[in-house]
Write a protein that binds this ligand. Structure first.
Ligand code: ADP
Ligand code: ZN
Length: 550
């Protein structure tokens, strides 16, 4: 609903000043707003924290009618609406958590043209009741938040989003904006097509988050590693003025059990950690979330259920104790760190078991072949990021189809960012061809024993010459490769297996037992036609080295 001052509609900049109290637009905000105010459509790809909300909130205030925002984040609607009301914007939401009295009130205000912004959950929008309601008043624009949810290729598909393709036909002439912090080419193309945004202007921001330091370390004793990481972050944490403040952080784990155990462990070591997962009572979750937002220095240990859109600017670190399933997921989760622009760290510990577990999860998933193939590709990209000996940031951005540009205008170096572990402490590599051959030829020999399943652990026992009950039972101390790998220790061998799995020179069979098998690429290594470059895992000290160099 336009605000007029002496008969003149306010400009976007005036609204920014008066309503939101900010002095300037950031990045492409202004251009996006102009596009919508003029009645055009927009597709916005901007990282978390980039300032997407204002790009539809301000046009909703300037254009006639109510801006309708479709967002899957029901838990956040209340917060967003409260924040808008606090600055005098007439905002409301409709979702399944409301009483019918509350709904009626919102519906009445909307029909009377008394709302600037109305937030809707996608499942609500597909009901006749809401669709009839929307016909009863003028709509300023439609904003589709988290628009990647319409993409089946992505990791967050929501069937209700498909209905949104009807908006263009049902409300011709009402501008539409789709927003997401996921930026792969495939997702971009798919959402543009599925939301019928063929005439939209595209705004693709840089996905670089220069204040986030990326670190990926080999896992050995993950809880201890996590504890030293958090302790280090707590010691280093200062506010914008350089005054020490407790460091708030998020620790992500895959399972509820790991979440619970990790939170308990951290608490026993004096870290104010709280668990968060879908199995906890809604009231407990709400309380945890509000403590995280309001108190200083809380560490949330959570499954990925936590954090979608949480607007806490001073999250100092995001840690992963399990391997994320995709680079998109990793980017979104780590993106919750440092929204205030201050130095922050994204830390991930990953190991051989993660690779095996993730491959098994994919094999066991109920999806069809194409689905599994897609999940496999997501995982491969994530593994490539973990194993790279080059700049993590360059790798991450190139996954999103972007190249890295140094923020230092004088620097021509667009291949090293200087703010990730591999840039700060370049990993040493070694010629791992012989080690790989020893391992692969053990796999060849074991393959001759039909119907037997041998995982990575057993292979390493053979190479190291460990006389375990299993080795004796199968007489594997008689194999030609028995104890030929004593030059490396257990952790080093696990690193070798992990890297071969990550690079596709070895695979986990779909038998569900974690049996390792050869791939088409293995033969070239066995024949000596292909050299294998491996990184030396610097166990546990990688994080410290990075800090020293910084
Ligand atoms: P996104 O939705 O892209 O993750 P938000 O819209 O939540 O990002 O904005 C992130 C933070 O930046 C918010 O705290 C917001 O108030 C702030 N912000 C956005 N635009 C501006 C601006 N032009 N000037 C100052 N702060 C801004
Ligand atoms: Zn780097």
């Amino acid at each position: 609903a336009p605000v007029t001052v002496g008969g003149m509609v306010e400009t976007p900049l005036e609204v920014l000043h008066r309503v939101f109290g900010y002095s300037d637009f950031r990045g492409e905000q202004s251009a996006i707003i102009d596009q919508l105010v003029a009645g055009g459509d927009a597709v916005v790809l901007m990282p978390t924290g980039g300032g997407k909300s204002l790009t539809y909130q301000i046009p909703s205030l300037i254009r006639e009618g109510t801006g309708v925002v479709i967002s899957p984040l029901i838990a956040l609607m209340q917060d967003q609406v409260d924040a808008l009301k606090a600055v005098g914007v007439r905002a409301a939401f409709l979702n399944s958590t409301q009483s019918s009295g509350e709904r009626h009130e919102v519906e009445r205000d909307f029909a009377a043209g008394e709302l600037d912004l109305l937030y809707l959950a996608p499942e609500g929008l597909t009901t006749p009741r809401v669709q009839e309601l929307l016909q009863r008043a003028k709509i300023a624009l439609f904003a589709v938040d988290e628009a990647h949810c319409v993409s089946q290729w992505g990791h967050d598909f929501r069937p209700d989003y498909l209905w949104l393709s009807n908006l263009a036909e049902l409300w011709p002439g009402v501008p539409r904006i789709a927003l997401t912090a996921t930026a792969t080419e495939a997702t971009h193309r798919e959402l543009t097509e599925r939301l019928a945004l063929g005439n939209a202007k595209h705004f693709v921001a840089s996905f670089d988050r220069p204040n986030i330091q990326y670190r990926i370390v080999p896992k050995n004793e993950v809880r201890q590693q996590l504890l030293s990481f958090i302790t280090e972050q707590q010691a280093a944490s200062v506010d914008a003025a350089g005054v020490p403040v407790p460091a708030a952080g998020i620790v992500y784990a895959l399972s509820r059990a790991t979440v619970e155990k990790t939170a308990e462990f951290l608490r026993s070591k004096g870290v104010p950690a709280l668990p968060y997962h879908a199995g906890l009572d809604a009231s407990v979750r709400a309380q945890t979330q509000s403590r995280f937002l309001r108190e200083e220095g809380i560490v949330i240990v959570a499954t990925i259920a936590f954090g979608m859109g949480i607007d806490k600017p001073d999250v100092r670190f995001v840690a992963h104790v399990d391997l994320p399933k995709s680079v998109e997921g990793y980017y979104q989760e780590t993106g919750r760190a440092g929204r205030d622009g201050l130095p922050s760290v994204a830390w991930l510990a990953y190991g051989l078991a993660d690779v095996v577990q993730q491959r098994q999860l994919i094999d066991k998933s109920p999806g069809d072949r194409a689905f599994k193939q897609r999940m496999g590709q997501h995982l491969d990209a994530m593994l490539a990021l973990c194993e790279t000996v080059h700049c993590r940031r360059v790798n991450l951005l190139s996954y999103f189809g972007q190249s890295y540009h140094s923020h230092d205008a004088a620097s021509q170096d667009n291949l090293t960012c200087g703010n990730c572990d591999t840039c700060l402490a370049p990993p040493e590599t070694f010629d791992g061809t012989v080690a790989a051959q020893k391992l692969l030829s053990t796999v060849v020999r074991l393959k001759r024993e039909r119907n037997q399943q041998f995982g990575a652990g057993h292979l390493i026992d053979i190479l190291m010459g460990k006389r375990t009950p299993r080795v004796e039972q199968y007489g594997h101390d008689g194999l030609a490769t028995w104890s030929i790998g004593q030059d490396l220790n257990q952790a080093q061998w696990r690193g070798v297996v992990r890297q071969l799995l990550a690079t596709g020179l070895l695979a986990v069979s779909a038998d569900g037992y974690g049996t390792v098998v050869l791939t088409d690429s293995s033969t070239a290594v066995l024949r000596g036609e292909r050299r294998v470059e491996l990184r030396h895992d610097v166990v546990a000290s990688a994080g410290r080295a990075a800090t020293r160099a910084a």
